[in-house]
Design a protein around this ligand. Structure first.
Ligand code: ADP
Length: 503
């Protein structure tokens, strides 16, 4: 049952920010939506209205893209040195560092996650990402290439590649890590010299709007970062289909990812990167350090209320240890205190929205209809917030929806296995391939299984380890391309081959 005691209020800096008029950041100005429309932003812990923000749609996306194009082609941004770009990104990180508490409060109120978690995970990771990418600005290099040209014997050439920014980038982000997702997207785009139209999730627009203020304070030229709040079917779809956008970077559901690809294909074949859903297997082998694996399995699914695309939502445990592990994870689930993100004792906040709460519960109901049992949890919490109990399902079958589909909530299906060799095929039996983990004391086995798992990230004896330098993204229908690391930087540049004939 969630806390009945009131959560402490947010600090005055956060409250006065929420009280402001929240407009769109276009061409360096905060302006209302062309339609004049706004929409309400809810606090998911109690369903109350936090504030309202401008509802941007196609007309505003058009303006934002025009501003980004102008900044890319003519503005001071395109003439800035790589070092100057890097310094600006670093300055943004420094400004964020001065507001860690405020960002954590905004995430707690807007997304529902515990403030204590946002303060040590989301916000520092976002800051670190910007610092990592600031360093890349001066390290984007081409090659010199010795060429032979068989049809021009004796001719001499000097060939080299230039790595140029892709151009105007549309970025569409989800609500599960609002600030961090904005950082993952903006960081490499800024490092490479692109300009950006960022469409934030309608459920959680607030931290990106605060970030927009700091982007201005840091001194980025107008039009380099444009931020549009609005809905997916209107603003998001307009951005994905815009003929003057050179690339779309999207994080969200696989279903919407396919719409983005279609929109890109039907318009200007803009480049597309996608970070999509997952149904990640978490494998505990018989020789694992069991207490560590149990704690890791709980963290794998309950961190961020299971609203992680890499959540360890399929837990495979050897039959001889199955009951012990399930009991251990269940004991941890029972310890988790549900409550508002602002309460210092909260271990798990609400789902981000009523829609998400309903979606998770309808998956639970489908599992129960098909014969699955909940060892712990299994239902929504009867209060005004959008809470769902941490849940462990057993007695599932491979074809059930709860095994095949992404639930995006605090629900793990625990499945026993007998033969570790057959297990790999079962673990890989998914349309997704975002992340996976294996727990074992046998180092060779750990490395071998890491090679066999079809996933963009594999953790051995750990889970949810992220770093700005580690590429993150999916095999199969979990996506195209990678976030973070130098791979993300590559994906915001394109290569030009230049050949000079020497006379
Ligand atoms: P969820 O269903 O969990 O909210 P989505 O994939 O729908 O995840 O949302 C992720 C992001 O995609 C959000 O910013 C949302 O507004 C946006 N979005 C949703 N539908 C579309 C669409 N048809 N075109 C472009 N963006 C969309």
């Amino acid at each position: 049952m969630p806390f009945t005691t009131d959560a402490p209020a947010a600090g005055s800096e956060t409250m006065s920010f929420l009280d402001q008029d929240h407009q769109l950041l276009i061409d360096g100005q905060w302006i209302p939506a062309e339609s004049g429309k706004t929409f309400e932003v809810k606090n998911p812990a109690d369903g109350s209205t936090l504030t309202s923000v401008a509802e941007g749609d196609r007309a505003d996306i058009d303006k934002a893209v025009a501003a980004a194009r102008k900044a890319f082609e003519d503005g001071p941004w395109s003439r800035m040195t790589a070092s100057e770009r890097g310094k600006l990104i670093w300055k943004l990180a420094d400004l964020m560092d001065q507001h860690v508490e405020q960002f954590a409060e905004i995430e707690a109120l807007d997304n529902g996650k515990p403030k204590s978690v946002a303060a040590v995970a989301d916000v520092p990771l976002a800051i670190d990402l910007f610092r990592y990418m600031a360093g890349w600005a001066t390290k984007i290099e081409g090659n010199t290439i010795p060429i032979s040209v068989p049809y021009l014997p004796g001719a001499e050439f000097h060939s080299y590649t230039l790595r140029e920014p892709v151009g105007v980038v549309g970025q569409i982000i989800p609500w599960n890590f609002p600030l961090l997702m904005a950082a993952w997207k903006l960081g490499p785009a800024l490092a490479t010299g692109c300009t950006i139209v960022l469409k934030v999730a309608e459920e959680t627009p607030m931290s990106a709007l605060r970030l927009g203020q700091l982007i201005q304070e840091a001194g980025f030229p107008p039009g380099v970062v444009n931020i549009v709040t609005g809905f997916g079917e209107t603003a998001g779809a307009a951005l994905a289909a815009h003929p003057d956008v050179d690339k779309i970077a999207f994080t969200g559901s696989t279903e919407v990812g396919k719409l983005i690809v279609k929109a890109a294909g039907e318009t200007n074949l803009k480049k597309v990167t996608l970070e999509l859903g997952g149904k990640s297997p978490n494998i505990i082998l018989p020789d694992a350090d069991l207490p560590a694996a149990i704690a890791g399995a709980a963290n794998a699914i309950f961190f961020n209320h299971g609203q992680c695309c890499c959540a360890g939502s399929r837990l495979f445990v050897h039959r001889t240890q199955f009951d012990e592990v399930v009991e251990g994870v269940a004991a941890q689930a029972k310890e988790i205190k549900l409550g508002p993100g602002m309460h210092p004792e909260t271990g798990m906040g609400p789902m981000v929205s009523q829609i998400q709460q309903d979606r998770v519960c309808s998956y639970l109901e489908s599992g129960f209809r098909e014969g699955a049992q909940a060892v712990v949890g299994g239902k929504r919490d009867a209060c005004s917030g959008y809470f769902v109990e941490p849940t462990i399902l057993v007695d599932t079958k491979p074809n059930m929806q709860v095994i095949q589909e992404e639930i995006f909530g605090p629900v793990v299906a625990a499945v026993p296995f007998d033969d570790p060799d057959e297990l790999i095929a079962t673990a890989n039996d998914s349309i997704y391939g975002l992340a996976a983990a294996v727990w074992t004391k046998d180092i060779s086995k750990g490395h071998r299984i890491a090679r066999q798992l079809k996933a963009g990230t594999v953790w051995v004896n750990c889970y949810n380890i992220f770093d700005a330098s580690l590429p993150f993204g999916g095999y199969k229908q979990s996506g195209w391309g990678r976030e973070m690391g130098h791979e993300a930087v590559d994906l915001y540049t394109q290569t030009k081959a230049v050949t000079v004939q020497l006379h």
